[in-house]
Design a protein around this ligand. Structure first.
Ligand code: DX5
Ligand code: ZN
Length: 228
């Protein structure tokens, strides 16, 4: 399957008073999905948004893919509500799921693409038995909870390992990266094998979200060409 690089602007760093409009700017710059961070103040030390905000965004952006990253305890309890609100992809943390197989099937049963997330300290091998169930694996390259943190370099090894396993086993899950993705880090990230690039502060924090998204995507695509 040809490798398609996509940018997922993370609304965590967007202007929440003007959320849909700010998100739209990043999509106009080439973002093809919107990364929506859900935090509960328990699994991570921060709180963000719940299903009502996702439902409002869905009305404003009817055709955009919503990539909902659940950083919450007991995700099974909330998956139906996020699916109902308009999520397309739902990712859950391996560390938060005692019954990961059940949770991934629950996501699928609600019409969404199931995905699993690894914290920086969680080994790739913990996913060996579920890799054929997931639409993508999200590699955290920061400790989740906040935007604007520094990229953790050893996460590159995990992207490389996932790309290798995918190749060896003939699987087709995609590899997503989240945390510290910016113009400085994106080249190594793409070369390590990630193709779905989440970026919050690099897109929304300063300047024009459309220009920032465009530049980041251009840099990512250039890195793919350099790799070939
Ligand atoms: C943090 C979130 C990220 C966050 C990344 O836990 O999962 O999606 O927005 O922010 P940046 O791109 O600023 O590192
Ligand atoms: Zn995220």
């Amino acid at each position: 399957m040809p490798r398609v690089i996509e940018l997922a602007p993370s609304i965590l760093s967007a202007n929440f008073a003007n959320l849909a409009a700010h998100a739209k700017q990043a999509l106009e710059g080439g973002g093809t999905l919107l990364h929506v961070d859900i935090m509960d103040g328990h699994f991570v030390p921060n709180i963000t948004i719940g299903p009502p905000v996702v439902a409002s965004l869905r009305k404003a952006l009817p055709d955009t893919i919503f990539d909902c990253h659940l950083m919450i305890e007991n995700p099974d309890q909330f998956i139906p509500a996020f699916a109902e609100a308009g999520a397309n992809w739902i990712s859950v943390h391996q560390e938060a799921c005692v019954h990961l197989d059940r949770t991934l099937h629950l996501i699928e049963d609600h019409g969404c693409k199931p995905a699993v997330v690894l914290n920086p300290a969680t080994p790739v091998e913990t996913l060996n038995d579920v890799l054929d169930l997931v639409h993508h694996v999200l590699v955290m390259s920061i400790n989740p909870g906040f935007g604007g943190q520094n990229f953790i370099r050893y996460s590159l090894k995990k992207m490389e390992a996932l790309a290798r396993i995918r190749e060896e086993r003939g699987l087709d899950f995609r590899i997503e990266v989240d945390g510290g993705v910016n113009l400085t880090t994106v080249r190594d990230i793409v070369r390590a094998g990630a193709e779905l690039l989440v970026a919050g502060s690099a897109v929304f924090e300063h300047g024009d979200a459309k220009d920032n998204a465009r530049q980041l995507l251009d840099a990512a695509r250039a890195a793919t060409l350099a790799r070939a």
